[in-house]
Design a protein around this ligand. Structure first.
Ligand code: PBG
Ligand code: ZN
Length: 325
């Protein structure tokens, strides 16, 4: 990365004006089962999934940089029609959570992604009903709560359902409370826009059948990108159902929504700077078409300025290095 045109004091003023610190960052990591097939062609520049051992090492690096939260996405070795490996106590996420808690204890906040799409054959975020076409909302949320319970049992601090199913927060909250996990928090992806910006993520997480899955259509449950009224409703429901924080993604194209939601609900809010946003900056930066350093700073600061309390970003290492410089 080329050195930015910002000078030291100027950069400090920028960061101070939005009071951005490493405490606002969450590092997304993909942990891959060692038996999982390698990705045929990743569309994710300078980013890959990690073995369990490398994940532990990376989290150590992250904590040395002052970041204490990680969100884990699993890349399992087994996919089947119902995504059964997602709720396996010896699944890759469950094993990793246990290991990370052993190593880092309370100092580390572990958030786990709770969804089915990495675990089933369709790459869709829900279970299909018997006709095989539509997604069955009720069966899906029941299974999601089961997955969340296994993450909690492994030691996760926060579960993040990302399937956009109706009632997912309430069903998860109820099961966690009934099974002795009252303290476990829920940060749902409350607004997840149907977006073309997820393709690098899918190319890594949906390894084997990437070309089919990268451009798949999830518009029956994700939010249409021009509809802000529906977005507000999704947020309201999740807060009523017991969310502890809400997450909006993508971030850069939706700063207006982040800001409107913050203003209206005054509720803890996280923004996810998604893989497509990362890939655009990375690729243009590596060609020196843009000043990557300056772009990262302005992109992350804009999310904080809009009202995000936490920012989940693949740029965590770069931002932390800037903040610590
Ligand atoms: C699905 C999921 C997606 C992402 C994370 N979990 C997108 C999708 O397939 O619809 C994308 C995150 C990113 O692009 O960084 N549950
Ligand atoms: Zn999903």
């Amino acid at each position: 990365m080329q050195k930015s045109k910002f000078r030291g004091s100027e950069l400090e003023d920028i960061l101070n004006s939005v009071s951005l610190g490493t405490r606002h960052l969450v590092a997304p990591l993909f942990v891959r089962d060692h038996r999982a097939k390698a990705v045929r062609r990743s569309l994710f520049p300078d980013f890959s999934s990690l073995s369990l051992e490398d994940t532990v090492f990376k989290v150590g690096q992250m904590m040395n940089l002052g970041i204490s939260s990680v969100i884990l996405f699993g890349v399992p070795s087994l996919r089947d029609s119902v995504g059964s490996d997602a709720a396996n106590m010896s699944g890759i996420v469950q094993r990793t959570v246990r290991k990370l808690k052993e190593e880092f204890g309370e100092a580390l906040t572990i958030i786990t992604d709770v969804c089915l799409c990495q675990y089933n054959l369709s790459g869709q975020c829900g279970l299909k009903d018997s006709s095989g076409d539509a997604i069955n909302n009720d069966n899906t949320i029941r299974y999601l709560s089961e997955i969340a319970r296994t993450h909690a049992e492994a030691g996760a601090d926060v579960v993040s359902p990302s399937s956009m199913m109706d009632g997912q927060v309430k069903t998860i909250r109820t099961l966690l409370d009934e099974t002795g996990f009252r303290k476990i928090k829920i940060y749902p992806y409350s607004i997840k826009y149907a977006s073309s910006l997820y393709s690098p993520f899918r190319s890594l997480a949906f390894s084997e059948q990437i070309m089919d899955h990268v451009h798949m259509d999830k518009s029956s449950y994700q939010v249409p990108f021009m509809n802000s009224r529906e977005s507000i409703r999704e947020i309201q429901n999740d807060i009523l159902e017991g969310a502890d924080m809400i997450i909006i993604k993508p971030a850069i194209l939706y700063l207006d929504i982040i800001s409107a939601v913050k203003e209206r609900f005054q509720f803890p809010l996280a923004a996810q700077n998604v893989s497509g946003e990362y890939a655009m900056i990375k690729s243009a930066g590596s060609l020196n078409w843009i000043d990557e350093h300056a772009w990262i700073i302005s992109a992350i600061c804009s999310m904080k300025r809009a009202g995000a309390d936490l920012i989940i970003s693949y740029f965590w290492k770069d931002i932390a290095a800037i903040l610590n410089s």
